[in-house]
Design a protein around this ligand. Structure first.
Ligand code: HEM
Ligand SMILES: CC(C)=CCC/C(C)=C/CC/C(C)=C/COP(=O)(O)OP(=O)(O)O
Length: 314
């Protein structure tokens, strides 16, 4: 990868490899705050759903460490993917392709924050949580961004493991363990990621074609992608209600997850059966996917707060 992919800020900058002055907001946007807000929420839920009561201060510092680690991995992803981001209309205005932050600075920023976040989590909680955070950053940056993203249409299926790990990191931070219950939360996000992303990839297909990234719709076609979205939705439905059957949650969670699961399957069916050029259902499914994950984790959180508050199970 070379710096030549970067767009200078002004004509007079051309050829001088110089940058418009970056503001704090540019560094903040390197952390991918919008996407990571939901990631951090799932980590918070993992932390609170875990048995026992976490010390408020140590819990807050641990969550901050996870948030910094998630943001750091976003900055490292933008460092590595600067050439792709400069080509796609969705990402062209990001700080590196827009010429506001030099690539090397984004790398240093992301690398520094990664080390800081892992060290902070180790100090505030335990080595298991810190190790899992380090592994999550490694998986997103090295396994997904540097390797799979550019080589296989299964990139986001395998790479999705990174996005699914934060509740396990949160659980480990609270308890020092990562039992099967934590992995059920992992499984929900893991099965959710392909339909979440492929719904978007269906209507952003042109971007990925321009950038030469082998996303599922470009490699296997829209029909196959729609079928796979539906298949993952059919698996996600039962996985979404699993916390109830594992005694992690009660009837409120069961109702929310079952209704949202039915909605997810119905919208995925609409994607499957839509006319070839009709991307309306895919856009709806992408939006609904965000609501789905938020609703399930929020329901789990609400129920846990009520139960722990009532001292029913701690
Ligand atoms: C390999 C896994 C994933 C891929 C490839 C992926 C991809 C994407 C893409 C390309 C977008 C559009 C972002 C934009 O408009 O710039 C997006 C949006 C979003 N994703 Fe994902 N995602 C993944 C996993 C996750 C996970 C695990 C979460 C949360 C737990 C998540 C939460 C979100 C949110 C909240 C948005 C909306 C952001 C906004 O409104 O700007 N994603 N995702
Ligand atoms: C705690 C911790 C380290 C959490 C990390 C969680 C994680 C891996 C989230 C990934 C979500 C995400 C932004 C994917 C975007 O894929 P992309 O990079 O292909 O999308 P882009 O085209 O928007 O850059």
């Amino acid at each position: 990868m070379s710096d030549s992919v970067m767009t200078p800020q002004t004509d007079s900058d051309a050829g001088q490899n110089s940058y418009a002055l970056a503001g704090p907001e540019d560094y903040f946007s390197l952390l991918k705050p919008r996407v990571m807000s939901l990631v951090i929420f799932t980590a918070l839920v993992g932390m609170l759903v875990a048995p026992g009561r976490i010390d408020f201060f140590l819990g807050a510092v641990s969550l901050l460490a996870i948030a910094v680690g998630a943001g750091a991995s976003g900055a490292l992803n933008m460092w590595w993917d600067a050439d792709i981001d400069a080509v796609m209309s969705r990402t062209i205005k990001r700080p590196i392709p827009a010429g506001r932050v030099p690539r090397a600075e984004a790398a240093a920023f992301g690398g520094f924050l990664s080390v800081l976040s892992v060290a902070l989590l180790g100090l505030a909680s335990n080595y298991l949580a810190a190790g899992l955070l380090a592994f999550t950053i490694f998986f997103y940056v090295v396994i997904y961004s540097m390797w799979l993203k550019r080589t296989t249409p299964q990139n986001i299926v395998i790479g999705g493991a990174a996005g699914a790990l934060p509740p396990v990191v949160g659980w480990a931070a609270a308890t020092g363990t990562a039992p099967i219950e934590a992995w059920v939360l992992f499984a929900i996000t893991f099965m959710w990621t392909p339909p979440h992303f492929w719904a978007l990839a269906l209507y952003k297909r042109g971007d990925y074609e321009k950038a030469g990234i082998p996303m599922m719709p470009n490699v296997k076609g829209e029909k196959s992608t729609r079928r796979q979205i539906f298949a993952y939705a059919l698996i996600l439905g039962p996985v979404g209600v699993a916390p109830y059957f594992m005694n992690m949650a009660g009837l409120f969670y069961l109702a929310v997850s079952a209704l949202m699961g039915i909605g997810f399957i119905a919208l995925s069916w609409a994607v499957l059966t839509a006319k070839p050029e009709d991307h309306g259902p895919a856009k709806k499914l992408f939006g609904f996917s965000l609501l789905y994950l938020f609703a399930l984790f929020a329901a789990l959180l609400i129920e846990t707060i009520v139960r722990k508050g009532a001292g029913l199970y701690v």
